[in-house]
Design a protein around this ligand. Structure first.
Ligand SMILES: Nc1ccn([C@@H]2O[C@H](COP(=O)(O)OP(=O)(O)OP(=O)(O)O)[C@@H](O)[C@H]2O)c(=O)n1
Ligand SMILES: C[C@](O)(CO)[C@H](O)COP(=O)(O)O
Length: 260
């Protein structure tokens, strides 16, 4: 059952699903339904403040100020929809049209968002969907634009950053023997947003559900069925806030960063 908390649309008279024009829409899904266990705080880490602003609001604002994004769907943990709705409204993020309840895993939360969007996807009204960790505050409108263009052209694209040149990565067997070595630059750390043509994304997640596959990121479900996923180069500032150390790092970054 998909719970969709409908926000009275801030635009005059615009209904939630009425299309404004014939062009297909770009929708950003922001995931905030985790527990933040590794953060070790009594509240969900996406609500923790960085320079006085909740972590998740940075990402929502970035999409709000990105011209290529038409709509934002938020995914909240059970019992946190109202809180997230109010935060988005207070931040005057008018592209937020609905807040859905997430699931027990990140993958399940993505599926909750896709179920809410399924009618519009199947009606051909949504062209590209971006899936983003609400725990990643520092994304730029420029990178979002590049991801959408790549997804339009190729089917899918994710933000990723290469490891440092001096890093040496070794692949280790079960018996702890080195099997393969990789230079740092050959290995990239996947990030989010991850953007896909909506029809491919929904098909990949339906097939993942049939196969009981659970991906650690969105791209895994598309890669496994052979859909192409390209890379848009990011940087290490696009950190995911996971532990208390990341929060301190984010405080520093937020002071020296131009947003949007
Ligand atoms: N069931 C889940 C799990 C995660 N997420 C979201 O997915 C993003 C990346 O997940 P992660 O950083 O692992 O967040 P948590 O699961 O909250 O962290 P932890 O593993 O420490 O509990 C976060 O924005 C988180 O809110 C989600 O929407 N639903
Ligand atoms: C989805 C993700 O952020 C892509 O980098 C990453 O896989 C999340 O990893 P975590 O183990 O949930 O922190």
């Amino acid at each position: 059952m998909v719970y969709s908390h409908k926000i009275p649309n801030m635009h005059k008279g615009e209904t939630m699903f009425r299309k404004q024009d014939s062009s297909m829409r770009v929708v950003a899904v922001v995931l905030g339904a985790g527990q933040g266990t590794r953060m070790g705080q009594p509240i969900n880490k996406v609500f923790l403040p960085v320079n006085g602003k909740p972590v998740i609001i940075y990402a929502i604002e970035a999409f709000e100020h990105c011209p290529v994004v038409d709509e934002i769907v938020l995914v909240a943990a059970a019992g946190e929809q109202e809180q997230l709705t109010k935060l988005a409204y207070t931040a005057q993020c008018h592209k937020v049209r609905r807040v859905v309840q997430g699931g027990a895993t990140r993958h399940a939360s993505e599926m909750c968002a896709l179920e809410a969007l399924r009618p519009q996807i199947q009606a051909g009204e949504i062209e590209v969907i971006l899936i983003h960790d609400g725990a990643r505050p520092f994304i730029s409108a420029e990178k979002v634009q590049q991801l959408v263009e790549k997804a339009r052209d190729l089917g899918g694209a994710i933000l990723a950053a290469p490891l440092q040149e001096e890093d040496l990565i070794v692949q280790v067997s079960e018996t702890h023997n080195i099997q393969k070595c990789f230079e740092g630059e050959q290995v990239w750390r996947a990030q989010t947003p991850q953007a896909f043509r909506a029809s491919l994304l929904l098909d990949a997640y339906d097939r993942a559900q049939q196969d009981q596959f659970v991906g650690t990121d969105t791209a895994a479900s598309l890669e496994r069925v052979g859909y192409p996923v390209a890379i848009v180069e990011s940087d290490v500032n696009n950190l995911k806030i996971t532990t208390a150390h990341d929060l301190l790092h984010a405080e520093k970054l937020s002071r020296h960063r131009r947003f949007w």
